[in-house]
Design a protein around this ligand. Structure first.
Ligand code: UGA
Length: 461
């Protein structure tokens, strides 16, 4: 590790998915970092050099930083903030029942920072906030007499590939009116980029030679543009997914394969194949919340974002649509009391996060509508305490794929973990009592499944 940053001290407020990843990287890039977390369980995990959630490569970085003393976990603003040159706010912004963002943690942490920060410190907002929030926090700082710079610093990492996304980002964005403040936040990221090869090597992350030297675009924008950019980026990706899902329904009706359709249109560089995979819909802590947050922001400013309402409605319909296909296939045969295996619980592969997971919706519908006896497996989601609370309590959580599939009438793939994709299809056939594979992620090859003597249902194929 270089010594050039040792005099710079950073606080990362909030040890959620973004906060822990950022704190680990800053600490491994040579900064002294406080991870400020008020949840005792999350804080205890940090102090042990561990994360409360599963993310590949993260724990070795946390563990190295905690044992070297460059990362310090604390629940005290008084301890962390007075020393800090840059303070990153990564607190949660859950949604209110009306779809708007609940900003109570954002304002509470800003108030604490205003109380303790030294003159000239910079507050970088990484929490996803609706456009117009920064101006209110600047006002709060002024009223508190705190001489602190404010920068909107949206985060674009994905769970499951968080470390790669942070080390090889497409763009880094700072939005604020002070050049000095913008520069000091950007300097932190530049330092991470300078250290990225060492960090990747340390955790054993393989980087394709073709992209190893790729540099991010460094964008300096207005505060409001940066805020709106973040939510709009997520909303646009959600829109692509819902577009693919509506074409999938048409493909089902018309006898086309949505995967072939999307592969074809994705060749157009103006469109791009990413986020056009149809399936059981999107979930997680970001897309559902950001789509409804954008609708709310629109309403606040008198703009009716009907297009985003349609994105959300389409997405909500997908778990039910998948099961309607199953019911049609069964042609009157009841699933009541029969064993159904659901493979995957997390909202996507590579994470233990189950927030708004479509897999949980599928389980609910299987139990409440079809009265099935559901056995669910996930390689990571159930390891952390409390995660099973997201799953219908009548579902049986099992430890192995085999326990789920043994004697099942139907296997539903709800999250496309590599383990399920690479599991030999003959073993599916051997373990099951029935013969129906429901591929909610379109991640298996229908021909291979059928060649093994099984029936296949996908989304739009
Ligand atoms: C998303 C964005 O991709 C990140 O850029 C952003 O930083 C992050 O939200 C955030 O705001 O913090 P994330 O929610 O971790 O990242 O996961 P994604 O990879 O975007 O997937 C979201 C959902 O869309 C998952 O349920 C996934 O299964 C689904 N999805 C994704 C599809 O159904 N089809 C696709 O083609 C792609």
């Amino acid at each position: 590790m270089s010594t050039d940053n040792l005099l710079k001290t950073i606080t990362v407020i909030g040890s959620g998915y973004v906060g822990v990843t950022s704190a680990a990287l800053f600490a491994n890039a040579g900064f002294k970092v406080y991870a400020l977390e008020i949840n005792p369980k999350r804080l205890a995990a940090i102090k042990r050099g561990k994360s409360f959630f599963y993310e590949e490569y993260l724990n070795p970085l946390l563990s190295r930083a905690v044992s070297s003393g460059s990362l310090v976990g604390t629940d005290s603003y008084e301890q962390a903030i007075p020393d800090s040159d840059v303070i990153f706010s990564c607190v949660g912004t859950p949604d209110n029942p009306d779809g708007s963002s609940n900003l109570s943690y954002v304002f509470a942490s800003a108030r604490e920072v205003a109380q303790y920060a030294k003159k000239g410190a910079v507050f970088a907002q990484k929490s996803t906030v609706p456009v117009g929030t920064g101006i209110e926090i600047e006002q709060l700082f002024r009223e508190a007499g705190a001489d602190i710079g404010y920068v909107s610093n949206p985060e674009f990492l994905r769970e499951g590939t968080a470390l790669f996304d942070s080390l090889w980002p497409d763009r880094l964005v700072v939005g604020g009116s002070s050049d000095v403040a913008n520069k000091s936040v950007m300097a932190v990221y530049k330092s991470v980029i300078d250290h990225r090869n060492d960090i990747a090597k340390f955790v054993g992350m393989e980087i394709d030679a073709a992209i190893r030297d790729n540099q991010p675009r460094y964008l300096s924008t207005s505060r409001n543009s940066a805020e709106l950019m973040k939510v709009s980026a997520n909303a646009f990706l959600a829109l692509k997914i819902s577009f693919a899902n509506s074409i999938a329904k048409l493909a089902d009706a018309a006898g086309a394969d949505v995967v072939e359709v999307m592969d074809g249109i994705g060749c157009d560089t103006r469109i791009n194949r990413a986020f056009l995979s149809a399936g059981r819909g999107y979930g997680g802590g970001c897309f559902p919340k950001d789509v409804s947050g954008l609708i709310s922001s629109g309403l606040k400013y008198g703009i009716d974002l009907q297009i985003m309402q349609a994105v959300s409605t389409e997405n909500e319909s997908m778990p039910g649509y998948l099961l309607e296909k199953v019911v049609k296939h069964l042609n009157g045969t009841s699933l009541a009391g029969k064993k159904v295996a659901v493979l995957g619980a997390a909202f996507k592969a590579g994470t233990s996060d189950m927030r708004r997971s479509p897999a949980a919706r599928i389980v609910d519908l299987l139990i409440s509508k079809l009265e099935a006896n559901v056995y669910i497996h996930d390689p990571e989601a159930f390891k952390e305490e409390g995660f099973d609370a997201e799953i219908n309590r009548n579902a049986t959580i099992v430890a192995t794929t085999e326990d789920a599939m043994k004697q099942a009438e139907i296997v539903v793939i709800a999250t496309d973990w590599n383990h399920y994709k690479s599991y030999p299809i003959e073993s599916y056939a051997e373990l099951m009592a029935g013969n129906l594979i429901v591929d909610g992620m379109n991640c298996l090859d229908p021909k291979t499944v059928r060649a093994a003597g099984l029936n296949y249902i996908g989304v739009g194929r």
